[in-house]
Design a protein around this ligand. Sequence first.
Ligand SMILES: *Cc1c(COP(=O)(O)O)cnc(C)c1O
Length: 426
Amino acid sequence: MNNNFLAEAESADSTDKLKACREKFVIDDEQVVYLDGNSLGRLPLASKALAQKVVNEEWGKQLIGGWNNRWYSLSSSLGAKLSPLIGARPHEVIFADSTSVNLFKLAYAALQSLPSRKKIVIDAFNFPSDHYILQGVAQMLSAGHEITIIPSTDGVTIKDKDIENALDEDTALVCLSHVGYQTSFKYNMKAVTQMVHKVGAKIIWDLSHSAGAVPVDLNGCRADYAVGCSYKYLNGGPGATAYLYVREDLIPDSQTPVWGWFGDAKPFAFNLQYTPAEGIQRFLAGTPPVLSLSTVEPALDIILEAGIEQVYAKSKKQSEYFLKMLEHLHHQFPDLVIASPKDPEKRGSHITIQHPGAAGITQALIKPAHSNIAVVTDFRKPNFIRFGITPLYTSYQELYKAYGRLYEILVNKEYLNYPETIKGVT
Ligand SMILES: *Cc1c(COP(=O)(O)O)cnc(C)c1O
């Protein structure tokens, strides 16, 4: 243990410009260090209040009239609200369905736009659901698409060159997570998008670990398509509605595979022949889930008010601080290895470590036997532990507490007292 780290945390917290943001969230127990905002963000007080209002006032009293007041345009108005956080124009973004379903719709649209090309490129770091969706779309189209998976050569990053070498004139689609869920590796979106366009292919960026954590400039990179979820760094709530982006000039020729009435040009004309809506609304399918959409808005307001540049600056500073402590632990306990990129430009807002006892360590952090500090992190197979940094509510002293607990767990070998597998969701 090194107590200069504590003094550093106290000083950084006292001058932190985002300190007041923490008060905008429900903090049920100050003893719990929550470092899992990369899986499920905390509940904003304003979302709690709005959820009650939507149920009691809007659903309870307005009933069907609610559609004409606020609900009907919510998918689009929230898309417009999110757009500056991902560098898009307001009419290029819409909230709908889950990330997986949105990826399915956009992968279909992308492949349909380049029917003679048969190659799909993805990397080994992308989220399993993204792999499954592409496998499913390829199978559904029965057009001979083949999926190429780019491996990581160092276990932490993917080299731009390795993506470039996989691209050719037969490549239709590249689908990558901007920030990878395992090691937090972040691509250079502009460079990769340019190399994809050079061979005439399309790219879908998954922003699930980027939006709300790191600045994203879809327009500046001329990205074709993007998807993402709103329950991680955007703090929209469990299962909150996801979003999708289609670059303006691609919308008119982009076809969704799900022809539902909300994607029709005139849903309430009740025509029997489908005509796609002109705009991004064509990617809606059915009635939007108003309750889960509603909690997204106050959460977005907090980030917009704080400013994504400020959030990102604090994320980098907190990550550097946490990494410094992890390096310290690594020297004492060489089995603990940092599995995130060292270069802040190549990283998102979580830090991953590896240790042979990772499952036990995670459980000892979450449910300590002899400490009153619980640290909520998550375990990812085979031996990763992720620490999510959410600058809106994570303090430096919390990171110090996480380091302190890691030290105790390693020095006392507490992890040996826990089972080697973890049940349920982590
Ligand atoms: C969290 C996450 C998802 C989640 O997909 P859902 O369909 O919303 O459950 C998808 N992709 C990535 C990269 C993620 O990190």
